[in-house]
Design a protein around this ligand. Sequence first.
Ligand SMILES: NC(=O)c1ccc[n+]([C@@H]2O[C@H](COP(=O)([O-])OP(=O)(O)OC[C@H]3O[C@@H](n4cnc5c(N)ncnc54)[C@H](OP(=O)(O)O)[C@@H]3O)[C@@H](O)[C@H]2O)c1
Length: 252
Amino acid sequence: MKLGLEGKKALITGGSSGMGEAATRLFIEEGVDVAINYSRNDERAKNLLSQLKGKKGKAILVKGDVGEYKEVERIVKEVMDKFGRIDILVHCAGIAQPKEDTPENWDRVMKVHLYSCYYLGKLVSPIMINQKSGKIIIISSIAAHTCGDNAYCVAMAGKICYAKGLAKKLAPYNINVNTISPGTIFTPMLDPFIPPEKRREFTEKNIPLYKNKEGYPEGMEIGKVILFLASDLANHITGEDIKVDGGQFIHY
Ligand SMILES: NC(=O)c1ccc[n+]([C@@H]2O[C@H](COP(=O)([O-])OP(=O)(O)OC[C@H]3O[C@@H](n4cnc5c(N)ncnc54)[C@H](OP(=O)(O)O)[C@@H]3O)[C@@H](O)[C@H]2O)c1
């Protein structure tokens, strides 16, 4: 069976790094045109764009902060101006839980992770309803399931709740909405917490599927599941949350 992705148009928030970058690379190989959103690191985004030149799908950069409604309005408009439609929305943009527990930090994490889902959902839904099809994939975390009293855990749990509600609303329009809850994935986000020389030790201890396997989980483990959920193979899945963690959650 074919994936049914060729010629589709995707917006990937946080598409310049980690899991989002993995999804970008896989989509481009399948002939999907990808709008890569990011907010700060121009050099990283431009470097990725230059690596994608001449591939099957076309990539463009759309810089902007998903934690601000006006910015998301502009991002979506820019994608529509360039692509004319949005078939797939992948929401990977995110920041780690800041060290300090302050109201300002709580606010920021909530905006970037949770409010952004609402902003994107509100603005992209009418486009997909009009097209009578679409796939929305939101990245949550096993932190949503292990729980904690910090903004990151609460926002991640909120993402799943929001996505299920949106899935219910959009199902009659042939639009699927799902979340992925990754376990520990060694992307740039994790470097300040688990430095490269500690990756293997952490992996052996915490991720059962990697106990007798070389290496450690990287963004591509999630990119593959994003590709699956965006494809025709997942046409009958909606309102689901899929843990992709190498058994980390059942191990705890
Ligand atoms: N890594 C893990 O172990 C893990 C586990 C579970 C869940 N997650 C979640 O998975 C998602 C992807 O994380 P990752 O590990 O792939 O992180 P990453 O490698 O740090 O990538 C994060 C991406 O988000 C972009 N970004 C950050 N803030 C943004 C904003 N306000 N507006 C737009 N773009 C923004 C970054 O670009 P700029 O830096 O240029 O802004 C970058 O492209 C996040 O939601 C993260 O919380 C991660």
